[in-house]
Design a protein around this ligand. Sequence first.
Ligand SMILES: Cc1ncc(COP(=O)(O)O)c(C=O)c1O
Length: 390
Amino acid sequence: MDTIKKTENFVFQTYMRQGKAFVKGQGQFLWDEDGKKYTDFLAGIAVCSLGHCHPMITEAINEQAQTLLHVSNLFYTPPQAALAADLCEKSFADRIFFSNSGAEANEAAIKLARRYFQKNGEKNRYKIITMKQSFHGRTMATLTATGQDKIKDGFYPILEGFSYVSFNDIDALKNELDKTVCAVMLEPIQGEGGIIPADETYLKAVRKLCNDTGTLLIFDEIQCGLGRCGKLFAHELYGVTPDIMTLAKALGNGLPIGAMLATEDAAKGFDYGSHASTFGGNPLVTAVAREVVNIISEPSFLNDVEQKGQYFRNALIKLTQNHSRAVSVRGKGLLIGLEVDTDATFFVSGLMKKGFIINGIQDKVLRFAPPLIIEKNDIDRLIEALDSLL
Ligand SMILES: Cc1ncc(COP(=O)(O)O)c(C=O)c1O
């Protein structure tokens, strides 16, 4: 039985897969079972930012695999300590909790925000406001936080104490924010919602509103963070810092790791025993993540992402000028959405036939989230292929 048949027969059918089995990756390229080569413009959904099998990542995996894989968080380990110190040094944060995925990082953020107030006797301050069209994960708390009904279908009753407001609408947030709200949670650039960046004035106003009311501000940078948008963290584009931020995806370049970062003040919400994870931040994933963060945070690397993103977006904008079926271009850095006037699957499968991997979101948006090491000539080739499909 082949890979596709076995997967369909024995794995839960929760994913609508694109009908290809991949066996090898190198840099920005992937190879399927038949040996056909593809240029990857998705990077495993914004995960393999340094490309597939980056030599320094492979070396970090090998080295740590021969040293120590796991001892649990009952003990200290050098890679976890080093990664935490590096991330704090490069961000607004003072403390980090390590998880294994994005959803778990968001779970930790939600728990921290609630406990921050409940610990101080503010038992009624537990509500969390999130954005319509947001995506925060698939656990019960994070699917509740997610502002899309389709993600909640069949899972009711969902958690109590969440409400949803329109993104980029400060009045809507003002109307919802009262003394029962412990946190506002948002993606600075909505990913699954269709690649929708926050407006700068909006994000600044959200920060001010949270300051004025003593509400915690949580940024979910699981998709838009870690260099994807041309800065180490997307909120740097806006000059607005959160109290709590979540990361995952690109942090391990393919190894499963998430992180919840917080200021010293927000971190007071957790004490010994408040939260835990068996695997969270184990030596293997943190040794690798440290390498990832060190490479991505180089200013020349980030400048390159910004320049290639601009180049890519300009080329897509040209397509919208020449083809009525290409409607609009959104995004920052190398997290880019092209809205089309028809079902995205037409373009996803058309591009796959031509040797390019992308995916579709919200029915009519093509998402481009290539490895950040993608080259201009790869972008030119993709644009040419898309041009002929349009
Ligand atoms: C913004 C955002 N938050 C959270 C998640 C959930 O991450 P994970 O799938 O690692 O649980 C995702 C995944 O797509 C995401 O894009």
